[in-house]
Design a protein around this ligand. Structure first.
Ligand code: RAT
Ligand code: ZN
Length: 422
């Protein structure tokens, strides 16, 4: 019987893929980018069936399928919107798209039969669940041990909760989102001045130091695990524009001072159809080479990067080979479809081994963690099963515990290590 150096039995070829599938399906998950909130944030934590089926992906799909003007859709009550989406995307047409299938998977994992129980049955199921009970249900069903929120210090409702410094829910971690600072500096500067930070609308005077002080203060207040921004495809580095100057003089120094990574999510074309609101964003090709230049300039700082365009993935992955301080994560937004997750996971494993984070959920509604992880795990397990079988054919049969060790790194360990949570 073949054994490894620890005297553990190595697997036979045909045992390898099933062992990978089992390890992945049982793996605890750490979700490093979501839009969920701790229960103490009250209504900011979106949850339940009506929210689930009015997710902005499904708003785009239902208005597209019917030709309904987005303005008319948004004029309806949430209840009426949910009924419209259910009727159009589940009853009148088969729910084959990834986002529609996700609703089915979620309901099924909760023990419902989506066709039999319908919208009414689902509404009954969620009714009366407290936020805490609901978080526990969703996290346990999805196998989640932790999730990172997206925290905007300029959001009034959110800011109020942070100012109170209440008790934290240990399952949630913060991430300081800095987009408003850059996208609307004049608007943010007004608020910053009122809060005692002397930032000018044109970033003159002491603005750079003051903005840095603000970012450090909020990273500390939130105990943020990283600072983050989503960028348009034209993100470049070095960059003399206002965006580049704010990053260079305030945000990067703040991250270094606080000892947290900076996360760049690059490639969103915002509001190509503004009337669709959150559903109106699109994608564009970016410049992975700029990410490489950023990582080269700050070798001691960690960058977490995900890019939205499928076209950018190969160059970005090759770039990551050159920089230990560049951590790739997730198949973001329009990439979170099984066909693309499979392709990206295979390529990343081939080029980066086990040194990346294969997925994040980007969940905006609590219950989405259930399907986003169920679907991704299935696809990732299939790809990894093939990779471990190929490795076995090449003369290195794995043991069950080696597979578990590696799978743990991919689904929780790498992210938690990079976010200093272990
Ligand atoms: O994935 C999404 O739902 C997007 O709307 C965005 O939130 C994106 O993930 C972002 O964080 O900017
Ligand atoms: Zn997001």
């Amino acid at each position: 019987m073949a054994v490894n150096s620890k005297n553990e039995k190595v697997l036979a070829r045909d045992e390898v893929a099933p062992a990978v599938a089992e390890a992945v399906s049982k793996a605890a998950v750490f979700d490093m980018h979501t839009h969920l909130y701790e229960p103490r944030f009250g209504e900011l934590l979106l949850r339940g069936i009506d929210e689930l089926i009015t997710y902005h992906y499904l708003i785009a799909e239902s208005t597209r399928a019917t030709g309904l003007a987005p303005e008319k859709f948004y004029r309806m009550t949430k209840k009426a919107q949910a009924e419209f989406v259910w009727d159009e995307l589940f009853v009148k047409r088969s729910p084959v798209s990834e986002a529609a299938r996700g609703v089915l998977t979620t309901l099924k994992c909760y023990g419902l039969d989506p066709r039999r129980d319908g919208l009414a049955g689902a509404r009954k199921f969620f009714k009366g669940l407290s936020a805490e009970e609901h978080v526990t249900l969703a996290f346990e069903t999805a196998g989640l041990v932790g999730a990172v929120m997206t925290n905007d210090p300029f959001g009034d409702a959110e800011r109020e909760v942070w100012m109170k410094r209440g008790r934290r829910d240990g399952r949630f971690h913060a991430a300081l989102r800095i987009d408003p600072l850059i996208v609307d500096l004049p608007g943010s500067a007004k608020k910053l001045s009122a809060w005692g930070y002397k930032v000018d609308a044109d970033f003159g005077g002491r603005s750079a130091a003051e903005l840095r002080r603000f970012a450090v203060d909020w990273i500390k207040r939130m105990d943020a695990r990283y600072a983050a921004m989503s960028f348009t495809p034209d993100f470049t580095w070095p960059d003399d524009s206002l965006q580049g100057r704010i990053l260079r003089k305030s945000i990067i120094p703040a991250c270094r001072e606080a000892g947290v990574p900076f996360a760049l999510m690059i490639g969103v074309r915002r509001k190509i159809r503004p009337e669709l609101r959150d559903a109106g964003d699109s994608v564009g090709q970016g410049a992975p080479a700029a990410v490489g230049r950023l990582c080269a300039e700050y070798p001691k700082m960690n960058f977490l990067v995900t890019m939205l365009s499928r076209v950018d993935q190969h160059e970005l992955t090759v770039t990551a080979r050159k920089f230990a301080n560049l951590k790739l994560f997730g198949c973001w937004w329009f990439l979170n479809n099984p066909s693309i997750v499979a392709e990206m996971t295979a390529m990343r494993t081939e080029l980066l081994g086990l040194t990346y984070v294969p997925q994040h959920s980007d969940a905006r509604i609590l219950d989405q963690v259930v399907y986003k992880w169920r679907h991704s795990k299935k696809t990732i397990a299939e790809v990894l099963g093939g990779k471990y079988t190929d490795m076995c054919d090449a003369g290195w049969a794995p043991t069950r515990s080696e597979i578990k060790r590696d799978v743990k790194a991919l689904f929780s360990g790498n992210a938690m290590e990079w976010l200093r949570l272990k």
